[in-house]
Ligand binder design. Structure first.
Ligand code: FAD
Ligand code: MLT
Ligand code: ZN
Length: 497
């Protein structure tokens, strides 16, 4: 019996070591973390009601697994606090006992940051979902971190405002998760990043301290801007419990064009013309190659809007407040790019049904890829000159071994390079064909190995391709100051070496 038991442990260990989330193996469990016992659960019952404590494996399964079904943890406990005070009490206890915790929002992250690596407690923010305040003059909204992005949008729409952030996962992702990943999305081109739009954050530190940086001011230069530390730090420095954010007036006139181009040079020139000729009404400039369109046609109920296939497509959106002015500007722009032969085909949508249909092509690429099998995702910032070459290089490398596609927020210099194979699980052989090549290429061109998805569990060992040693060391010392017991989202973001 004992022999069998030992064998099982050994098997598990070997199995764990064989899991690859990148070309690097999954890190082993840090044995200095406590293992949850019944006393801990009894203690949590003094903080939360029993419905907010999940211990049944069938209830926990979905929390252990990420959206892509690539990362899987082994947690036995999910806590779902409703108040900041409860978050504070939970963290204080975990810090004292050295229990590791992973904060989880909508669990739509793409780099494995939101699920446990081993048996960390999952602290879900889903029950903290109230919109607390909105000022109709300044447009500042304050909400709890677990509020779903689309819920905020639906709340603001009747008041004539909109969230300055939009992404395909809006129906599930939460504002706290968006802030913690510094999510980019399709409106960044127009409204800028969350580093500018988030005015304040309330966060709970690892030792339970509640940090009130929940300012609603546009201007405040009183010392270090501490809220910025929580924007993009992926739950490693604190748990975001509330967010205040500036929201812009919702545009009343929206047009969307879907254009086909012969080569990537045309895409670049159309981008440059769109910036100069459309100016402030340009609200999105997205790009996808033909294999993306083929995937969407294969997996979604949509029809090809084009008669003939082209290698590249642009989705361009304008939004403003004066229909006549916007249409005139857009028509002049279209006339000029057609006169210059910069597009070979195109179609315009001006009513909401057709606009949604056009956006569906862009927004369902991720889901369609997921239906293919294993998807190897790379989210790169690259100079426009090198933007598409990496897709071609990878395509040549893989030949017919995998499907290589490129799409993304070209207006922001952000490429999503995705490589899919029909079969799961993820293969070390495929990872080794991509990494570190993709990161070396990105680094050579002074790009970023994570434009908007973050580092999570996927990229800590590759951080040096985008950050200097001095920067990484300073990050480590900030982490050490704010979370000396390293209980918050361990194994993620920072390299262990
Ligand atoms: P989660 O996935 O739950 O967590 C993400 C990270 O934040 C984890 O490290 C987690 O520990 C931490 N975290 C979550 N909540 C908190 C909190 N309250 N306090 C502290 N840490 C926390 N991303 C983009 O940037 N742009 C896109 O265009 C985009 N499109 C997407 C489209 C689809 C279809 C999908 C599935 C994902 C897309 N994403 C995109 C990725 C993802 O939606 C974003 O990263 C999003 O911001 C994650 O939010 P979430 O609430 O799901 O966070
Ligand atoms: C997107 O832009 O669609 C997202 O970042 C998701 C993805 O990269 O798949
Ligand atoms: Zn994206």
């Amino acid at each position: 019996m004992i022999r069998n038991g030992l064998n099982k442990c050994l098997q598990n260990k070997l199995f764990n070591n064989k899991l690859f989330y990148s070309s690097q193996a999954k890190p082993s469990r840090d044995s200095s973390y406590a293992i949850i016992n019944n006393d801990d659960i009894e203690h949590f019952k003094t903080i939360l009601d029993t419905h907010s404590i999940l211990t049944d494996p069938s209830d926990i399964d979905g929390f252990n697994q990420d959206w892509m079904r690539k990362y899987k943890g082994n947690s036995n406990l999910v806590l779902k606090p409703k108040t900041t005070d409860q978050v504070s009490k939970i963290l204080k206890y975990c810090n004292d006992k050295k229990i590791a915790v992973v904060p989880q929002g909508g669990n739509t992250g793409m780099v494995g940051g939101s699920v446990p690596v081993h048996d960390e407690i999952i602290l879900s923010l889903s029950n903290m979902n109230k919109i607390e305040k909105f000022d109709p003059v300044t447009g500042v909204v304050v909400c709890q971190a677990g509020t779903v992005l689309e819920t905020i949008e639906n709340y603001l729409t009747p008041m004539g405002y909109t969230v300055p952030l939009d992404l395909g996962a809006k129906g599930s992702c939460q504002i706290g998760g968006n802030v913690s990943t510094n999510a980019g999305g399709i409106r960044l081109l127009r409204y800028g990043s969350l580093h500018g739009n988030v005015l304040g954050v309330e966060a709970v530190l690892a030792d339970g301290t509640i940090l009130d940086c929940l300012s609603t001011l546009r201007k405040d230069n009183t010392g270090y801007d501490l809220k910025q530390l929580f924007i993009g730090s992926e739950g490693t420095l604190g748990i975001v419990t509330k967010v205040s954010m500036i929201t812009p007036p919702k545009p009343t006139s929206v047009n969307v064009g879907l254009f086909a181009c012969q080569d990537f040079n045309q895409v670049k020139t159309v981008l440059s013309r769109a910036k100069s000729q459309l100016g402030d009404i340009l609200s999105a400039f997205e790009f996808m190659d033909r294999p993306c369109i083929d995937l969407v046609l294969k997996h979604q109920q949509v029809q090809d809007p084009f008669q003939e296939k082209s290698p590249f497509y642009i989705l361009l959106e304008t939004s403003g407040f004066n229909e006549t002015h916007d249409s005139e500007k857009l028509n002049n722009f279209l006339e000029s790019i057609m006169a210059e032969n910069l597009i070979i085909d195109g179609s315009l949508a001006t009513d909401s049904k057709n606009i949604s249909a056009f956006w569906k092509f862009r927004e369902s690429i991720t889901e369609s890829l997921g239906k293919e099998g294993a998807v190897y995702k790379y989210d790169l910032s690259l100079p426009i000159e090198q933007f598409y070459s990496i897709v071609e290089l990878m395509r040549a490398k893989f030949d017919d071994k995998a499907n290589v596609v490129g799409f993304g927020h070209v207006g922001d210099g952000n490429l999503h390079l995705n490589i899919s194979t029909p079969k799961k699980p993820y293969s070390k052989e495929i990872f080794d064909m991509i990494e570190p090549f993709v990161y070396e290429y990105t680094s050579e061109h002074r790009g970023s190995i994570s434009a908007e998805h973050g580092v999570g569990l996927m990229k800590p060992d590759f951080l040096h391709y985008s950050k200097s040693n001095n920067s990484i060391n300073l990050m480590k010392s900030i982490k050490n100051t704010m979370d000396p017991n390293n209980i918050l989202n361990p194994y993620k973001v920072l390299p262990t070496k």
